[in-house]
Design a protein around this ligand. Sequence first.
Ligand code: FRU
Length: 482
Amino acid sequence: TANSERYRPAFHHTPLYGWMNDPNGMVYKDGVWHLYYQYNPYGSKWQNLSWGHSSSSDLVNWKHHPTAIRPNGLGYVFSGSSVIDKDNTAGFGNNTIVSLYTSAGTNQMQSLAWSTDNGETFNIYPGNPIITLESEARDPNMFYNKYTGEWNLLLAHALEHEMLIFTSPDLKEWTLKSAFGKGLGSQEGVWECPDLFELKVRGSDEKKWMLICSINPGGPFGGSATQYFIGDFDGTTFTPDKDMEGNVPTKWMDYGKDHYATVSWSNAPANRRIAIGWMSNWQYAAEVPTRQFRSANTLPRDIELFKAEDGQVYAASAPSPEVAKLRDKVFIKTGRTSVTKKPRTFDLPAANDGICEIQMDIAAKKAGKVTLTLKNDTGDNVVMQYDVAANTVSFDRRNSGITDFSQDFPAVTTAPAFSSGNKIGLRIFIDRSSIEMFEKSGKFAMTNLVFPNKPYNSITVCTDKGRAQIENLVIYTLKGTK
Ligand code: FRU
């Protein structure tokens, strides 16, 4: 009905109908970004797990394709990854898309499928399963290792809280080489959805490997979240960096409650590493107040590494540059604007249910806290606060609208601001039922769902004391993509 569709995102990827969880098997081929995903084509709860399929030529406009891989004799089709087999190592032909996924039947096994029609349809390998272990292992993520000339594969050894690392010459025969993670990071929940890749550290020639590991529960604000480790990888073993005390720090790719199962595109051009995450949380994903569909993916994010003041390397996640294509008109643009304890209010666009991008640079000056509040005329609000002394940015959705479908939904989430003074630049994307906030160079990302009774139609800015300056406030109206 119109009522339950009011939360359908206008510019985020979402299935037209049915349930979605993790993004799967993302691969770039011949100018097309393929996005597969955990999908129930028959209803909006977690069942009949298949690989749904969408594609895009620009990462923001998505075409929907028929379900790519359906449950088969070995069970449901769980998460996995795809590569382009340029040199035909697997024998299905040059440049074939080869995918690995988890067959989840009575136990979890890894299966192979390949596509010779650019990802539209898949052949299921008759020799499946290709990896069988005694304990729960899932979400195979593979890549070609140019240093060793072999394929690498990470498999989440879910209940053991570790990632298994394999090698293969041909994508079919895999040899277990090592396990990473026992006793490290968050150990409360299952380990899921690995990814591993090498990136340059911004502003230097140093290269580091980033290992992504989703965990559920055990996230910093409850339930699901995506942690990562920075370190070195020699083709068989991942060695994590340590902090000054000699410990392996736990780092988070996003500091909201709704960012999970994040993995990256294989074969992206120009050395880009682009990731997308499932914008929900297993605590309440099946209960959110949408009906015909459930869940959307985050905006695509370009992942880069940066060195912070503590000497540690962290991942930056900024919206991919293609996201700027969504901008329609400049709705508000101010020069330098002072704010004090007395709130200043700016309208938000009414068109298209208020979908918009807000950018601003805040110079806190003598203020200790600068507060941004989104409001509508039904009394709903979202409170975002930059706290200079704590060097954090927080997001309070306790009064954001419909929150009572789960006791775990009302929450305040907090991110390190990574600011080296009393200034911060923010980018905020509002899309009907989600808010993504970024430090403008991606030093933190924070993704939270919201279900306002009516679209937020204003943003107020104030300080706790003293005068702060807002520089370059720009509010853009955005084009919907469907
Ligand atoms: C993560 C996950 C994966 C699994 C899939 C099943 O959200 O639990 O580990 O493959 O979802 O839908």
